[in-house]
Design a protein around this ligand. Sequence first.
Ligand code: SF4
Length: 369
Amino acid sequence: MPTRLAPYTRFARARLLRDRPFYAHWAITHRCNLECKTCTTWTRGDISSEMDEDRIDELARMLGRLGVMQLSIGGGEPLVSDKLPHAVKAFQAEGIRVRVLTNGLGMKPSVAERMFKLGLREMSFSLDSLNPKVQEEIDAAPGTFPIRIKNLLALAEMFPKKGLAVMNTIVFPDNLHELPRILELGKSVGFYLSFIPVHVPAKGKNHLFYRYDETLCFDKNREKEIRDAYAFLLDQKKRGAPIVNSSVFLQKARIISFTAARTGAAMRASSTFPSAPTAWSRRAISSKKNWETPIAEYEQLRASKGYLDEVRERTAHCEEGCLRPCWAEPTFLMSHPSSLWEIARIHWKTLGRRPAFEPAAVHAILGTA
Ligand code: SF4
């Protein structure tokens, strides 16, 4: 039976030996209850290609054998998959810390309660704007804002005292000025905040995850505004604000937001394991080489000399242009001691009590007092 310390010893081993993934990201489904303006993932939603319970167990056992410390279950929207409860249990049984990344629309109190009963203690909940019009434009759906807020407040009320709740915000032109308010809201609900720069493919280019939309592109003239916004976040983090992004990440995010490098180039984080709902793992190992392999053959591939040589060579490497935190932050943990120190402090804090939920402050921020 894995101990509570198992994830940390796994990370220490991976950091030392640099021969294994310590972090995995698994899209349990590509289906989604939204068709966001930023995203193309939902266009590939196909329930018939998703893993059944047996294959999920197989993946869990393999990640356990590989010594993975942390798994993020994303999508699509993970809550649309009826396999999610089974998956949470299966991965936790292997001693892996599990985080579910949800857009929040389906996170009703009854669903949240079920998840907590299964032992889930980490969750990321998306909220991009406190302006209903802006949020619903990004969601490309009317009426989503009040549902998100209602679920967020219910979640804040019932989230386990010793858990890591993250509010995830995509930074794009229409919400840049809102970041201080969003940070305040996150603090008032007792969540950590994660700020991710919007990724937009070049005009006319298809991308596996992102969509081009003129309104998502930062105008060069806003460079100072972007610098100021990220300087604010970096300063707040330094002063102890609950921002989960590393300082390295925020510095890079500031730069890519106003350079042309917003094409979503594949991240070379070799300490991670990505997997699609179809049970294929696509390893973007270099700009010239992709290894695409069924999960069942992944361990064999990982043991091959060619693969490990490249993994070692690229462990400290992080290509500008892609700051999907799922790949960027694990890379920084391997290459930047400051990132390691910052995340260790957050994990240490999660062993104590979660910051308090302050309903009055939330209503004052939302203007619903
Ligand atoms: S961004 Fe997330 S919530 Fe929106 S369509 Fe894509 S997967 Fe769904």
